[in-house]
Design a protein around this ligand. Structure first.
Ligand SMILES: [Zn+2]
Length: 266
């Protein structure tokens, strides 16, 4: 993406994040990958609602500065995602209140309650707590980055990523909206999960449309299974307490059958 366009867009998205209370004070950070070795990122200690195009920092893919502005201390999270996902060119990290409430409560957003969320975003796993701006945080994220487009970070917040900045922002917003609906539904007596056959149809559609790959049928999803057979992540890392409530009634045989059907369709 052209650098001056990217600067305008990051400032615009920063205002949206702030106006929607997805961030306060100097929370959160946004970046765009301009080319294979250049990232444009929000600066450290700056409110995302009051940024200027000039305040943004340029770095290389190892986080070394390419300008006199200092990038956010959480840039490592963005660089990890870019390195693991060549299809991703933009990352949005924020602390949206409803999504972050899930992360604080130790819950993933992995219940099959909204058809369009299964289609477009899939489940949002909860990664282990890691101290912000350290390797702990990126190590905890690693098992999940490949097969998910948004993550919750325990006792911290959310990160979403996409082919471009609008897609990254939209995914963050879908995450937050889903969390809000789940919390509201709980006050009305609890959400009703979609049945397994409806989930199967949605997952098949999303794979045919290329929204998410079959590998996204991750153990932490809770959408299809609860025993970690098909996840790219290490089972001990992927299984969160939150997943225990997200069971659906499919046997291992049913799952194998579903996955082979999906493989034949694609
Ligand atoms: Zn943060």
């Amino acid at each position: 993406m052209d650098e001056s366009q990217a600067r305008k867009l990051i400032v615009e998205i920063g205002k949206l994040l702030y106006e929607r209370s997805y961030v306060v004070a100097s929370d959160g950070n946004v970046s765009v990958r301009l080319d294979e070795n250049t990232v444009l990122a929000t600066p450290t200690m700056t409110c995302k609602g009051r940024m200027t195009e000039e305040c943004l920092a340029l770095t290389d893919m190892d986080g070394n500065p390419l300008s006199d502005k200092r990038a956010s201390s959480e840039l490592a999270m963005h660089l990890l995602i870019y390195k693991m996902r060549p299809d991703i060119n933009a990352v949005c990290h924020a602390h949206p209140p409803h999504g972050t409430a899930f992360a604080v409560a130790g819950l993933a957003i992995d219940k099959p309650i909204l058809s369009e969320v299964i289609l477009t975003l899939g489940c949002v796993p909860l990664t282990d707590y890691g101290t912000p701006s350290t390797d702990e945080l990126t190590e905890a994220m690693k098992p999940f980055v490949a097969h998910h487009n948004a993550l919750l970070m325990a006792n911290h917040g959310a990160v979403a990523y996409g082919e471009d900045l609008w897609q990254a922002f939209d995914r963050l917003e879908t995450l937050e909206h889903t969390a809000k609906i789940a919390i509201l539904a709980k006050t009305l007596g609890g959400a009703v999960n979609l049945p397994a056959d409806a989930i199967e149809k949605l997952v098949n559609i999303r794979e045919r449309a290329g929204y998410l790959t079959p590998e996204a049928r991750c153990q932490s999803c809770g959408y299809l299974h609860d025993n970690g057979v098909f996840c790219g992540a290490e089972p001990s890392i992927g299984l969160k307490p939150a997943s225990s409530g997200a069971k659906v009634s499919l046997s291992r045989e049913d799952l194998i059958e579903l996955l082979s059907q999906a493989a034949n369709l694609s």
